[in-house]
Design a protein around this ligand. Sequence first.
Ligand SMILES: *Cc1c(COP(=O)(O)O)cnc(C)c1O
Length: 235
Amino acid sequence: MEQHAQGPIGDRTQAIESSLDQLRSRIARSAIESGRTAEDVQLVCVSKGQEDPALRAALLAGERIFGENRVQEAARKWPALKTEFGPVELHLIGPLQTNKLREALALFDVIETLDRPRLAEALAREFRAGSRQPKLFIEVNTGREPQKAGILPEDADAFIAFCRSDCGLEIEGLMCIPPADQQASPHFALLSQIAARNAIAYLSMGMSADYELGIQLGATHVRVGSAIFGARTQV
Ligand SMILES: *Cc1c(COP(=O)(O)O)cnc(C)c1O
């Protein structure tokens, strides 16, 4: 191991800070190139698999929007940090099982993965019973991948209508995760079309490898993990 003045934790903190600096300027540039402003695009720092020192580094660098893919992991990591750092906007970006629903509603500010009628019904029930009401994004399986969550693109309009009319839910955004082995742009374009024809304002699309493309195609939220925190050992 090399010796560094600040030790490994200090180095990691600095690395995260400088990754964030770079990322913010690239996001701003992409936003401006696509005729918008930096403020039109929210950076969701994907902190799944990251522990306290890394989360702190991002918080100290000024980030307040984070994405987690597991309810349990987020419940373990975030309450103490919220007490210490003040309000943080937490996004659930992984699948939501109905047996974790109450815990998720207590913890998350945005649920990006509404993906099935039964979950919409369960959310509506909890909201009616007086639960906190996170913002809701619908996940669309634009690549029609069997192993992936999300509503199929051809079912999206009907599902959005079902959520709104039958369940009384406000749908604020759409989210997609394009197939890893394909060009992302057709998937982003498809998501953007579904949002436009359903008057949905927010588009969560683009990760470390393709957030600039996401922004060019209208993303209002990009979900970036490894470009901030480095490669993950677990997903
Ligand atoms: C892990 C994950 C990301 C971030 O991926 P990176 O390639 O590390 O930026 C974004 N969205 C979802 C849904 C994820 O699970």
